[in-house]
Ligand binder design. Structure first.
Ligand code: AMP
Ligand code: ZN
Length: 498
């Protein structure tokens, strides 16, 4: 099964296959580590995780490279304000970023490349650009890309750049002007700023050159796929293309995937708008990591997603349905009798196979996660009905488990691993004086460990056997106050945190 993915460059759905017949070479623009990431940033990384996991599920080997921008205008400014070296300043945010990815179960790329560890490669690229007349040095020692040297500029974002002013320059890393400018490749050192002594002078790289240099270092001059959030299309990715192709004269990346934004009240979630939530904010409010993952991936990457707390609650309920069903599936007694389908095959098995096929087809069609979810939840409904009626036959369980395994290879929410991210967030809140932000229910449930719950549930079982119902009720009540619900079933008592 081959993935058809929208390609910003061609403007259509293109098949995504490794061009070297071996591994799919992809580059993902990574975080700028000047602060904690917000869940808008994580929507992009989660959607790339969906892509990654689907490719693996269909047997495509991957070579996925992600950069860490650990030097830029904001990092230099913030580190200087705190009197820290930039490495000291970014260290905590790099660690937090990976911790957050782990909480959200985002798989690690094969290669993680830090900008500050690749300065010589960036300098070489500036030298090559200068040699072909596409880079020039200005009086203060900075280097700029000459836009007029690359007539194809604008081919990715399809912006009309007819008004390019020859020689007009911009030296900040991020800008959104429609009229393009010559942009900084290398910024001369200002007094007191972090800088490197290099053959092109003392200074530091611009943001765009980083990604060109590191992508080509690990993936070659021409590779399969480049990804990032929609804001990076212009100017960042346009600039990457210009810098790379001016030197190589080869297509830099054949396929470009851009993830649409996470919005709040119709506006982009961003640090500068002040309308953002970090993952930690939401965990401390009592939302589970799995629900945040589910909410951020369930709307396909080519649609903007409006963030709401109702959306998180919907995701929490969907996961609860999946987990309850999975438990029931593992403990249900198979009825030996009725096999109501045609040709001796139960309709549930056919339904499970169809659900799995529909699920795969929806993902293969431009990673349509919303359409992919639907047949799996329909299957759950049908299986629950069959179980209620005692019509669940031998063979049904395996067929359904197979469909659920494909679902979870991408969604990864069925096994409950929510305790750890929440515990980590609580430990972080304690260290960083954020305990006031912890939801009261979460504080109550954090006050009891899994082992303590198990011990109380076991004590309750004994009390019930002794017919000491007063003690059994007392334990149930105490656990409920600490956010733990006990469910009695034929197989014994089970518990879960609220
Ligand atoms: P940054 O750390 O700002 O370089 O951003 C890391 C990634 O998050 C980039 O791919 C951005 O395009 C992406 N991003 C930033 N804001 C949002 C948002 N509101 N929704 C989705 N992706 C975003
Ligand atoms: Zn980049």
């Amino acid at each position: 099964m081959t993935l058809r993915l929208f390609n910003t460059l061609s403007g259509q759905l293109d098949e995504l296959v490794p061009s070297d017949g071996k591994a799919l070479r992809m580059y993902a623009c990574g975080p700028t580590v000047y602060d904690y990431g917000h869940i808008g940033n994580f929507r992009t990384f989660l959607q790339i995780d969906v892509l990654r996991r689907f490719l693996k599920l269909t047997g495509v080997p991957l070579r996925h490279v992600m950069n860490i921008t650990d030097v830029d205008d904001k990092i230099i400014r913030n580190a200087a304000e705190r009197g820290l070296a930039i490495g000291e300043y970014t260290k905590q945010y790099v660690a937090a970023f990976f911790e957050d990815l782990d909480s959200l179960r985002v798989e690690r790329p094969e290669v993680i490349a830090r900008a500050t560890e690749h300065i010589p490669r960036m300098v070489e690229l500036v030298e090559k650009l200068a040699a072909v007349g596409a880079a020039y040095k200005v009086d203060d020692g900075s280097w700029y890309f000459r836009l007029s040297a690359f007539p194809e500029y604008g081919k990715l974002s399809k912006k009309d750049l007819s008004g390019i002013e020859d020689g007009a320059r911009v030296d900040v890393d991020e800008y959104e002007k429609d009229s393009a400018r010559d942009f900084a490749l290398w910024k001369a050192a200002k007094p007191g700023e972090t800088s490197w002594e290099t053959p092109i002078g003392r200074g530091r790289p611009g943001w765009h050159i980083e990604c060109s240099a590191m992508a080509m270092e690990y993936l070659g001059e021409s590779f399969d796929l480049h990804t990032g959030g929609e804001d990076l299309m212009f100017p960042h990715h346009e600039n990457e293309i210009a810098q790379s192709e001016s030197v190589t004269h080869k297509t830099f990346a054949r396929h470009w995937m851009h993830v649409r934004f996470l919005l709040v009240d119709g506006r982009k979630m961003s640090k500068s708008e002040g309308n953002f939530y970090t993952l930690r904010d939401l965990l401390l409010k009592g939302y589970r990591a799995s629900a945040i993952r589910m909410a951020l991936i369930s709307v396909p990457y080519r649609h903007q997603l409006n963030f709401t707390f109702e959306g998180l609650t919907e995701a929490t309920n969907a996961i609860e349905r999946l987990r309850t069903f999975h438990q029931r599936l593992m403990s249900v007694t198979v009825s030996s009798g009725k096999n109501v389908g045609a040709g001796g095959c139960s309709p549930l098995q056919e339904l499970a196979e169809k659900a799995q096929a529909d699920y795969m087809a929806a993902l293969a069609n431009d990673l349509n996660t919303a359409e992919a979810r639907a047949p799996i939840f329909e299957l759950i409904r049908a299986a629950n009905t069959a179980m209620d009626r005692g019509e669940f036959c031998a063979g049904d369980r395996d067929a359904i488990l197979k469909a659920l395994a494909s679902f979870d290879a991408v969604f990864d929410v069925i096994e409950n691993r929510d305790g750890e991210p929440t515990q980590r967030a609580l430990a972080w809140a304690e260290q960083s004086g954020r305990m006031a932000d912890v939801a009261p229910e979460l504080r109550a449930s954090a006050s009891i460990s899994d082992d303590e719950i198990n011990a109380l549930v076991a004590e309750r079982d004994v009390a019930k056997k002794r017919r000491d119902f007063a003690r059994a009720d007392q334990i149930r009540k105490q656990l409920a106050e600490q956010g733990v619900i006990i469910e009695d079933s034929k197989e014994g008592a089970r518990w879960k945190r609220k």
